[in-house]
Write a protein that binds this ligand. Sequence first.
Ligand code: PXG
Ligand code: PLP
Length: 438
Amino acid sequence: MNTAHPIDLDSYWMPFTSNREFKRNPRLIARAEGVHYVTPDGRRILDGLSGLWCCGAGHNRSEIADAIAAQARELDYAPAFQFGHPKVFELASRMRELTPDGLDRVFFVNSGSEAADTALKIARGYWRQKGLPGKTRLIGRAKGYHGVNFGGMSVGGIGGNRKLFGSTPETDHLSHTLLPENQFTRGQPDHGAHLAEELEALVALHDASNIAAVIVEPFAGSAGVIPPPKGYLQRLRQICDQHDILLIFDEVITGFGRCGARTGADFFGVTPDIANFAKQMTNGSVPMGAVVVREEIYQTFIDTGGPEYMVEFPHGYTYSGHPLACAAALAALDLFEREGFDRQVAEKAGFFEDCIHGLANHPHVTDVRNLGFAGALTLEPYPGEPARRPYEVAMYCWQRGLYLRYGGDTVQFGPAFVMDKSDIAEMFNIVGDALRAA
Ligand code: PXG
Ligand code: PLP
């Protein structure tokens, strides 16, 4: 028991956290108000990352809170397998409307990690049911993040997240697109579309008859906001089409507003075969994710499912389409449409871009990247300690009343879509002071 604090900090094994450091220097959040957090001792903290990229509508929206409370009184849980409740069907049609044309069937999960593993299983099962059981290899990309479950981790490309655990066989990776010639680019960089040709090289190596799918984030989020080079996603789409490889977009961060469009697919003008969502679906209020697939993928399972009473896709979670999550998502998507978060981000993205690039000449900044309401700074490493300076900057900001995300050699920003310009300016002012102090 940590005697400086009235609560026991020791029992909880915190996720993706430096437990020893946190427990020496706890950063507790007791409440939220709009785009601010409030600490137990009443300090207001500007939320620079929408929680963890998930609360774009701002915190504690009463429309969502009321929907969850009403649902908890009406139907707390219904069996997800072989039975259904009305809201899950309503939400599926809503997701179908809000996602690009052609993505028509919606499978519910509880997180981005579950979405990744579900999408990868759909890809393998699809090819097997089409009589091509050899198509099993899954291609990810260096610096990719697809959550922490075995499939998503294995196609992911952040070394620190994988090396302790091994990975599933039959994966391979494209190179990342973080090129030195693109440093300090605003939005999508000019160089790097040629890196999509590496997919041709992997086809030459493994043969398309052994490759099920390619999974990428429309822009890489966790690795530090890496927008795709102009033309890159278009080229990946072409190569996938040429070789009958499914293209999966992991839209867990890019979906529902972050890019200044409904989805990354809409923003970049490339439609995948499968798109994964989570986070912003419920504005972070109740865990939920979704995998949305092309009609023909769904039909393939249906047509090969055997007798009608048989399960066509033996996969699902106890909490798939949980009533509370459905109620929260319906309310959050109402807000998305009513308040036009995609439009709000598109309108304010230029201001956000000017502010973050205003830090380009500050001490220790070696790169600035941005797209929509997402941005990152790469910071010059201490010798042998790339992660230390971002940590120091983030701790300075926390003391000054700003929460931002730090990881690897970057600090990251993903404000709520409703954050106004004065708060955005204030956020980057504090970061500027932090860089001068670092
Ligand atoms: N795919 C993508 C593209 C993600 O960004 C996941 C899958 C996993 O989702 P779950 O819900 O299982 O965590 C993510 C999650 C950060 C950060 O600071 C990013 C994520 C999570 C936490 C922090 O960049 N991305
Ligand atoms: N482990 C056991 C023993 C279970 O019975 C179940 C579900 O019934 C699971 C894991 C999977 O849990 P979930 O469906 O919440 O992912």
